[in-house]
Ligand binder design. Structure first.
Ligand code: 5GP
Length: 204
């Protein structure tokens, strides 16, 4: 029996439309002791989104006040809007032994890599650029110019995928969730995370 004395900090990135949100949503339905960090953003709420569920939707002034108060673990500007991770819930949940998932753009992930090099970095990819384009158009939540901007940012983000530990291609959702679960399981089974457990149980 391995316990969660070494909870994981998991950072997930991938272009807008890569399907990371669907993958994480499905993973979280069956994951135990896992906290999904709800980011703050200044972008507009999309139809179907809920304040405090998908994001904390805040004004630019409120966001800047949080930066001033050092209440953000990291933040970045993505397609003309601020996005950031509230620091306290991440720290509280890790301290309580829960795995924590951060869904971040590449700039935010690179900031976490500097302050938490022990975090695990996972990059999600669509099966092709054409599928990415079709997904962004198909979800019908952004104007044409915003889609074009997100596609351009996607290309730049994919160029930085090599900075991550793992890649998950999200073609089939169930397979992607399964791969993600395997990554978490493999990380938990690493010797460096279980040495204390071995000592406690077998060499008391
Ligand atoms: P969207 O507008 O599609 O919800 O998110 C746009 C991008 O912002 C995505 O790549 C998403 O992962 C990223 N993002 C969401 N929350 C945060 C955050 O707290 N910090 C950073 N750096 N990026 C975030």
């Amino acid at each position: 029996m391995m316990n969660n004395k070494h909870p994981l900090l998991l950072v997930v990135s991938g272009p807008s439309g890569s399907g990371k949100g669907s993958m994480l949503g499905k993973y979280l339905k069956s994951a135990e002791d896992t906290f999904y960090s709800i980011s703050a953003t200044t972008r507009q709420m999309r139809p179907g989104e809920e304040n405090g569920v998908n994001y904390h939707f805040v004004s630019e002034e409120e966001f800047k006040a949080k930066i001033e108060a050092e209440a953000m673990l990291e933040y970045a500007r993505y397609c003309d809007h601020y996005y950031g991770t509230p620091k306290a819930p991440v720290e509280e949940n890790l301290a309580a032994g829960r795995d924590v998932i951060l869904e971040l753009d590449v700039a935010g992930a690179m900031k976490i890599q500097k302050i938490r090099p022990d975090a695990i970095f996972i990059f999600t990819l669509p099966p092709s650029m054409e599928v990415l384009r079709r997904r962004l158009i198909g979800r019908n939540t952004e104007a044409e110019d915003v889609i074009a901007k997100r596609l351009a940012v996607a290309v730049e983000e994919i160029r930085q995928a090599h900075c991550y530990d793992y890649v998950v291609v999200n073609d089939d959702l169930d397979e992607a969730v399964c791969e993600f679960s395997c990554i978490v399981a493999a990380e938990k089974a690493k010797m460096e995370r279980n040495q204390n457990f071995i000592n406690e149980v077998f060499f008391q």
